[in-house]
Design a protein around this ligand. Structure first.
Ligand code: PLP
Length: 369
């Protein structure tokens, strides 16, 4: 069965260019970038080319880019490395920030979680009101992974406190205001998994999280994931151009579903959003059941729930919007990307309409309109 992938916020397929660059790197440039001989220097050159490519894509200088194993590591390095006494963050962060904040609290730091509006956006005035003399960091994501909502990072950067932003879902979709710290991940932009970057600017200094070498200018020890960085760099050169067509596909999908399926609602649909994501609630439908039914029909989507310790928990992001547990559990995230076209979108709309009608017929509680 042909499969259609509508889960590009979870991960993306490797681009042909990234694959070609990685293959040639693995085959021809096996040297250690720290070695002085020519093999090492050839590897070093590839690493520095990749650094320049990533820097250009995120609007930074190459020496501000630290390669990491992904955004989770970059977030950990930023939040632990600043040793903050008080952090202000949001209620809709990815666990790669949320769980770091919880650990900071266990270690004695103070953390304030600012809410979001029903449109899924942080209000900079709430952040301003939460500021204290000992606030050392504001950490708010640039774009939410479940809703696609764009957060007001530019305004937060005016508040006089260093800002960190998990910018994984923003890269290639919106422009980047220069701030103290941003985290990125290659596999969300058609690069490989297991590589990302922390971008540090404006003289911010971090205490080391790890020890063992002087790699990455002494900021992240360990032999670099060279082929990963090369793939990240290659993917970074291809960003941006497809965002407008993506938005047209997302709008076609969203409108198609809302028109075809009664009692379906776009979560946070009124907020500023990137062009590839829509999160839709289907009253009376179990999101997990819809996900599985769509999967069997060949469509990959994501539900507004996460499996934790064997239980399906409603998404904290959807709960933060003010949705009930049942509403959160009846939501599905669709994220379009380069692999999609209008025919796939139309087929998905058809499948969603069929599945929603079937599941509602089986539902003991759904009464319809
Ligand atoms: C917003 C956000 N932050 C962090 C991550 C984690 O990134 P990585 O897989 O590179 O650690 C993801 C991916 O799921 C994400 O969407």
């Amino acid at each position: 069965m042909t499969r259609f992938y509508f889960d590009h916020n979870a991960t993306t397929p490797l681009s042909a260019r990234a694959l070609a660059e990685m293959t040639s790197c693995l085959r021809d440039d096996f040297g250690n970038p720290s070695s002085i001989h020519q093999d090492g220097q050839a590897a070093k050159q590839r690493l520095e080319t990749a650094r320049r490519q990533v820097a250009a894509a995120v609007g930074a200088d190459p020496d501000e880019v630290i390669f990491t194993s992904g955004a989770t590591e970059a977030n950990n390095m930023a939040l632990f490395g600043l040793r903050p006494r008080h952090v202000i963050t949001s209620t809709i962060e990815h666990p790669a920030v949320g769980q770091v904040c919880a650990e900071l609290e266990r270690r004695g730091a103070q953390v304030t979680y600012v809410p979001v509006s029903g449109a899924g956006v942080v209000d900079p005035d709430d952040v301003r009101r939460a500021l204290r003399p000992e606030t050392d960091l504001i950490s708010v994501m640039a774009v939410n992974n479940e809703l696609g909502t764009i957060q007001p990072i530019e305004e937060l950067a005016q508040l006089g406190v260093p800002v960190h932003s998990d910018s994984v879902q923003a890269l290639g979709k919106i422009s980047m205001t220069p701030i103290a710290l941003r985290s990125f991940s290659a596999h969300k932009i058609y690069g490989p998994k297991g590589v990302g970057a922390l971008v540090m600017r404006g003289g911010v200094t971090l205490e080391s999280t790890y020890f063992g070498g002087r790699h990455e200018r002494g900021r992240r020890p360990g032999t670099e994931n060279l082929s990963g960085a090369v793939g990240f760099g290659a993917a970074a050169t291809e960003l941006g151009a497809d965002h407008a067509p993506m938005m047209a596909l997302r709008d076609r999908l969203e409108q198609g579903i809302v028109d075809r399926v009664p009692q379906s609602f776009v979560n946070a649909g009124t907020g500023p959003r990137v062009g590839n994501t829509t999160n839709i609630r289907f009253d009376g439908v179990e999101g997990e059941a819809m996900l599985i039914a769509l999967d069997l029909k060949g469509f990959a989507v994501s539900s507004g729930a996460a499996c934790s310790s064997g239980k399906v928990e409603p998404s904290h992001v959807l709960m933060a919007l003010g949705l009930s547990k049942d509403q959160a559990r009846s939501s599905i995230r669709f994220s379009v990307g380069r692999t999609n076209d209008a025919a796939q979108v139309d087929a998905l709309v058809e499948a969603v309409a069929t599945v929603a009608a079937r599941l509602r017929k089986l539902s003991p509680v759904y009464v319809g309109v």
